[in-house]
Design a protein around this ligand. Structure first.
Ligand code: GLY
Ligand code: MN
Ligand code: MN
Length: 463
């Protein structure tokens, strides 16, 4: 945890932004997996953690903007709990660690809300994403669970997004520190990528690295030789020399900050000519973004820079043809690159996706595209110093998509389908780094870049 002054500063910044009413923040609760006593690992809500720090189930908090009050609602444990869980600090002591003096039993929350309602005060809340929170809010606010999202406070959402989008100096130091674990996870995956190894052996080992460092994985590990399936969570294949293995994995630190990298490499440690040709295009797209990204430009421009680099590279190999600018405007690249260049990253790997992707990644200036592929771009907005984001271009050969475009003649003036057909078994390549926007440019986070050049990747696999 950070010092209590950091949490106080965050709450004060929120109070300076939202001036009237009260904000209700629900922390998360334990959730059963297959019977009530067997629970999923607890994960606190990220906004709750950001403002109040308390990393335990069963809390709520109120910031009363009119009366300048901050209250934690939660129950002290009883003897039965202590028998099973061991001694626990009091709610008062825990809240004090984060600079909050006023605590009340959880049952008092309903009274507080009902008084505020009777006084016709504005009750701000963030859109809930868990069923348990929806039920609690439904009971407290008398708004149907299905309608809660529509009643969430846009003013509060925007204020929280504006704060959490800019990473502070101490957050950046922490994120930089945990990049060492990402390095260990990904280089371990490379070193294990040999003939006769099962994907699940590598996936299990790198998840174990996250656990060994006191955290968890920041999302279910994506590790497959069928890398053309973008979020492939099954790990059931046996690896053979020459297979391309895609590993997209991240660490979530004990303070709940994420990393998110992807590397793609040949099992056995030697790229074929064809693999290297496609790989170099994706690497060029990644590097072009890294070299050009800076405050003041729109990330959408970087998405199109990556798309242009990819289209030009594929044109040099004879897979596509035509005027690159027009082809990219028409979306011809999306046959190969059907997702966005990246997303914000922080306490969530897709930071604040629960608050609404457009608030986080588009802001008030931009509308989201409706074009196939481009519509998946999560981050398009104008960049500011302190943003932490991902840069993850890719090229994929997705047989079902190739067949559909060919059958329907989609962008057929740009695609050499006969040549593309010969890549049907290729798989997919994605190369993902995490970038900090600095005062003048962008820099890959991590003291060492996870191997990415062809020769250093091959050397790592063989080391
Ligand atoms: N890890 C999922 C993603 O890269 O967005
Ligand atoms: Mn990723
Ligand atoms: Mn990502």
């Amino acid at each position: 945890m950070f010092s209590k002054e950091i949490y106080q500063k965050r709450r004060n910044a929120l109070k300076a932004s939202v001036k009237q009413g009260i904000a209700l923040f629900l922390g998360n609760v334990d959730s059963p997996m297959n019977y009530p006593g067997n629970i999923y690992p607890f994960r606190q809500d990220s906004s709750f953690l950001y403002f109040f720090g308390l990393d335990h189930p069963g809390f709520a908090a109120i910031i009363d903007f009119d009366e300048n009050k901050e209250i934690i609602f939660g129950n002290d444990v009883e003897i039965d709990d202590i028998i099973w869980m061991g001694p626990q600090p009091s709610v008062k002591d825990m809240a004090a660690e984060f600079g909050i003096e006023t605590v009340m039993p959880f049952t008092k929350l309903a009274d507080y809300i009902s008084t505020a309602k009777n006084q016709a005060r504005k009750i701000h809340f963030l859109p809930p994403y868990r069923a348990e929170s929806k039920l609690t809010l439904e009971a407290l606010l008398d708004i149907k669970a299905a309608d809660l999202k529509a009643y969430a406070s846009v003013e509060l959402i925007k204020a929280v997004v504006n704060l959490r989008n800019i990473k502070s100096a101490e957050e950046i130091i922490h994120i930089e520190d945990i990049m060492d674990v990402a390095y260990e996870m990904h280089t371990t995956s490379m070193r294990m990528a040999h003939d006769g190894v099962w994907e699940r052996e590598i996936a299990g080992t790198i998840e174990g690295i996250a656990l060994k460092h006191g955290g968890v994985v920041s999302f279910p590990v994506i590790l497959s030789k069928r890398g053309e399936t973008l979020h492939n969570h099954s790990h059931g294949n046996l690896l053979r020399n020459g297979d391309l293995l895609l590993t997209d994995a991240g660490f979530e630190s004990p303070w709940h900050y994420a990393t998110d990298h992807t590397r793609t490499f040949p099992v056995g440690g030697k790229f074929s000519t064809r693999q290297r040709e496609i790989y170099e295009i994706v690497l060029a797209a990644n590097n072009a973004v890294h070299q050009n990204v800076k405050p003041g430009i729109f990330y959408k421009e970087m998405h199109y820079l990556a798309a242009t680099t990819i289209f030009d590279g594929l044109k040099a190999l004879g897979l596509v043809k035509g005027d690159t600018a027009q082809a990219v405007a028409d979306g011809a690249h999306t046959l190969f690159f059907p997702h966005g260049l990246g997303h914000m990253m922080g306490m969530d790997v897709h930071d604040m996706e629960d608050l609404g992707e457009n608030f986080v990644g588009y802001g008030d200036e931009l509308e989201r595209s409706t074009q196939f592929g481009t519509a998946y771009l999560r981050l398009a907005r104008k960049l500011q110093q302190g943003f932490v984001l991902t840069n993850e271009p890719g090229i994929y050969f997705i047989p079902a998509l190739i067949d559909k475009w060919k059958a329907e003649g989609i962008n057929s003036q740009y695609i050499n389908f006969d040549k593309v057909d010969s890549y049907r078994d290729f798989g997919g390549i994605r190369l993902e780094d995490d970038i900090l926007i600095t005062e003048t440019s962008g820099r890959n986070l991590g003291r060492r870049r996870i191997p990415i050049e062809v020769d250093e990747v091959e050397a790592m696999i063989n080391s």
